[in-house]
Design a protein around this ligand. Structure first.
Ligand code: URA
Length: 245
């Protein structure tokens, strides 16, 4: 179930604010009944008409973006900042697209974008087994022992993180920093930064280099490409199946 105005906006017909206006003006019918109050919830099987026209049927779209630093992982921003949706090319506007999960404002790298809610829930829902690989440049020289501890799980707000893969990629003795690869199934808010903080390290730069098997390839910052059908299928398989090794 989702709010009526959201469903109308997600169809690509108009913005959410415009949808609210249409509702207030009595131009929206749900299963034949005019709805004028806000907040009514609708299910996928409800028939919705605006000015007696059925909502457009969305073409399902699956994109990968090389998310740049300084762009929000949301659809809109009330402070007028750039979002991963606002920077999409014109042909992808109005398709009801949203990011599959979030990367922080200052994190860059692989971000999927879709208008397929079931696909998104499969990939980032609580049952998903999808692995995400990050490269973290941290302040300080991390030891092998500490990276081992990171992989075994550390405590964030009294909760231990799940086992993960972590390895040192580079130690920069001159600038006193380390580059660590970390591959996680979990995707909690600020997960990577908080995991390093639990060991006393500050993440200076964070890049997601892999989401399942999807990589950035030759996309420049802000650029997108459509996922291939086999990539979409593979993401669903990797999310649903828990491989032993
Ligand atoms: N973990 C973080 O701390 N930030 C991100 O953007 C993604 C994972």
């Amino acid at each position: 179930m989702e709010r009526l105005q959201k469903r109308i906006a997600n169809s690509g017909l108009c913005s959410r604010r415009k949808a609210e206006e249409y509702i207030k003006e009595g131009r929206v019918k749900v299963n034949g009944e005019v709805i004028t109050e806000m907040g009514v919830k609708v299910s996928p099987s409800d028939t919705i008409l605006v000015d007696d026209n059925p909502l457009p049927v969305l073409i399902k779209t699956y994109l990968v973006m090389n998310k740049p630093v300084g762009v929000l992982s949301s659809t809109t921003d009330d402070r007028g900042r750039k979002t991963v949706i606002s920077i999409l090319p014109q042909e992808y506007q109005g398709l009801g697209l949203y990011p599959v999960g979030r990367l922080d404002y200052d994190t860059k790298g692989v971000l999927l974008i879709t208008n397929d809610g079931d696909f998104m829930n499969t990939l980032i829902g609580p049952k998903s087994n999808l692995k995400k690989e990050y490269l973290a440049r941290i302040d300080g020289i991390i030891t092998k022992e500490e990276v081992k501890n990171l992989a075994q799980g550390v405590y964030i707000d009294a909760k231990k993180t799940r086992k993960c893969d972590a390895k040192i990629i580079d130690i920069d003795k001159k600038n006193k920093s380390s580059l660590v690869s970390i591959t996680l199934v979990e995707g909690n808010y600020h997960q990577v930064k908080n995991m390093f903080l639990a060991l006393g390290y500050n993440v200076k730069k964070l890049t997601r280099v892999k989401f399942g098997e999807v990589e950035i390839g030759n996309l420049s910052p802000g650029e997108i490409r459509e996922l291939k059908p086999h990539e979409i299928k593979r993401l669903v398989v990797l999310s649903k199946y828990k491989f032993v090794k």
